[in-house]
Design a protein around this ligand. Structure first.
Ligand code: SF4
Length: 567
């Protein structure tokens, strides 16, 4: 099991299964998508053209109920950054994919005829079906129609209208255990790559498939229990995340002047107490109804950092409402209203766009005076323009760099073309080092250090801190784990032990680290061949010149120091 690759050619409309090459035996998740992009995509390929490939990969422990081990990685050359990209999400798709026996699904070729196709996978194999009836529909409606047709338990991977229109903020959604298609691989415009190929969705029906079996079942069960105890005993993964979710981060970032506010002009927001983890928790609990302060996005997750946000009548608005969205659609726009952010989040999800990139783009538009900071009505009106596809809406949905160029804004919070997540780079310098040096563009999921017990606004030690985080998170990405487990892991021994029990191997923690370093180097090498140089591994210049008013600091880590970060 888990030893097949499915190759889908959209030019010739063929679907073929092939064995996993021996050299990929221990590659999964981001390590596999990045290796396959490196091996199979020409570095100069046009991201929306026929030579780019979209690769879906599950983790090494996918298909089991080991907590947090069923992330779905999606990789390609990014139309947003022009470099290699991987974006991963929770949900049930990777779990189903593993039960169907696929380590990876590779989508190649192109359709120029505007036809829409659905890839349907079940225990008998896979086939492409015409799906023009789904064209232009929101992700919510697409998912409802497909669950009606294929059953309520299927896994779904979907793009929305934004992906079909090949917009640069388009992400790819998959569904959670309750069927909500709201777990997003949002970053890098990967939805546009899927749309360009004419693939509108993937249905994963694992009915009749045997569960993934471990090579050493008793050992696997014992190591699973040990890993779960680590999660339950750690204060963050056992108590804090289940209660407050990712939104708990806002108290931390706001306190240290690291919460992006007013297009990243400053790092502390006066309205943060209306958006933070406590506010979110109290609002959800007091409203009741469909609201849930804690929720598991995939089978077996014990951390349950997800939530269901209800309106005043207790009806579900969006699930989950997360820190990055609260930062980019909230504080960065000076919107101090959970209901407004939740409504905007819902619109983004249905249209299929990345809330981080949209928040950065609207922040830039606000700086240009297109609409005022803090104006809730104007913000929601602009969001309506985004999802109805007016010219202004399409500009916003093309990301923050395009928006800035259209409106003549020079303060662009982006690295390698990708908008920054909700960590202000002059206040949280280790995460900013990650923004600058990862092949992914500004991406906290490549190595966020905001929770580290260091003086975040000082430069000393930040390069090493970022490097360690990039390797640690990179390893979790490679195994298909959610990065929320990181606080519970002192080292990666238990991860190696789980893999060994599952596959009958004898990998060490050092082997996993070497494997991780190797694929991180591969990502950098792909970008180098695609035309990236050291000049791309830095922050926008205004962060070097203008101090964050809350910390009094600029980003002062030199290009030479950044270049010293290698894997
Ligand atoms: S910790 Fe959160 S994001 Fe991670 S698997 Fe669990 S619910 Fe999903």
């Amino acid at each position: 099991m888990l030893d097949r690759i499915l190759r889908v050619n959209m030019t010739h409309l063929t679907v073929a299964s092939e064995p996993l090459p021996q050299e990929y035996r221990y590659l999964a998740g981001r390590a596999l998508t990045s290796r396959m992009v490196f091996d199979e995509v020409v570095p100069y390929a046009e991201p929306l053209g026929p030579y780019n490939k979209l690769i879906f990969a599950c983790g090494l422990l996918a298909g089991t109920t080991i907590s947090c081990a069923n992330r779905l990685s999606i990789g390609a050359k990014s139309p947003l950054t022009g470099g290699i990209k991987e974006s991963n999400a929770g949900g049930i798709a990777a779990y189903k994919m593993a039960r169907l026996g696929y380590r990876a699904i590779v989508v190649e070729g192109l359709r120029e005829d505007h036809a829409r196709y659905l890839l349907v996978l079940n225990k008998n194999g896979g086939e492409l079906r015409r799906a023009d009836q789904l064209a232009g529909k929101g992700i919510t409606e697409k998912a409802a129609l497909l669950r009606q047709e294929f059953g309520a338990n299927v896994g779904l991977i979907l793009i929305g209208p934004a992906g079909e229109q090949r917009l640069l903020t388009a992400g790819i959604a998959n569904n959670d255990p309750d069927g909500r298609p709201t777990r997003f691989s949002g970053r890098g415009g990967l939805g546009a790559v899927m749309g360009a190929k004419g693939l509108i969705g993937i249905v994963l029906d694992d009915t009749g498939c045997a569960p993934a079996e471990a090579a050493r079942p008793d050992e696997f069960a014992a190591k699973g229990r040990e890993f779960h105890q680590l999660l339950l005993n750690n204060p963050q993964t056992g108590e804090y995340f289940p209660k407050y979710g990712t939104a708990a981060m806002m108290e931390i970032t706001n306190a240290i002047g690291g919460l992006p506010t007013r297009n990243f002009r400053t790092g502390r927001f006066a309205g943060a107490d209306k958006l933070n983890g406590e506010a979110l928790y109290q609002t959800i609990v007091s409203r009741g109804g469909a609201g849930r302060p804690t929720h598991a996005c995939m089978p077996g997750c014990l951390v349950r950092c997800s939530n269901v946000y209800p309106d005043q009548e207790g009806r579900e608005v969006v699930a989950p409402l997360e820190y990055e969205t609260l930062g980019l659609l909230g504080s960065n726009l000076e919107i101090a209203n959970l209901d407004v952010v939740a409504q905007a989040n819902r619109l983004c999800n249905d249209y299929g766009v990345d809330t981080i990139e949209i928040g950065c783009a609207i922040g830039v538009a606000m700086e240009a005076g297109v609409l005022p900071f803090g104006d809730e009505d104007a913000f929601l009106k602009l969001m309506e323009e985004v999802v109805t596809g007016t010219y202004l809406g399409r500009i916003i949905a093309s990301g923050c760099v395009v928006t800035a160029k259209v409106f003549g804004v020079r303060r662009i919070p982006a690295v390698k073309g990708q908008g920054m997540p909700a960590y202000e780079p002059r206040a949280i310098k280790g995460t900013a080092v990650t923004y600058a040096t990862t092949a992914m563009g500004a991406d906290h999921t490549a190595g966020n250090v905001a929770r580290a017990n260091v003086k975040h606004h000082l430069k000393d030690g930040q390069v090493a801190l970022s490097q360690g985080a990039q390797i640690k998170i990179g390893m979790l990405d490679a195994l298909g784990f959610c990065m929320m487990v990181a606080p519970a892991l002192k080292d990666s021994t238990i991860l190696a032990e789980l893999v060994n029990a599952r596959y009958g191997s004898s990998l060490t923690a050092q082997d996993l680290e070497q494997l991780t370093r190797q694929y991180l180097r591969t990502e950098k090498e792909f970008n180098r061949r695609a035309g990236f140089t050291a000049a791309h591994d830095r922050l926008p210049e205004h962060f070097y010149d203008e101090a964050n008013p809350e910390t009094g600091t600029v980003f002062d880590i030199t290009d030479e120091e950044l270049a010293s970060l290698t894997f």
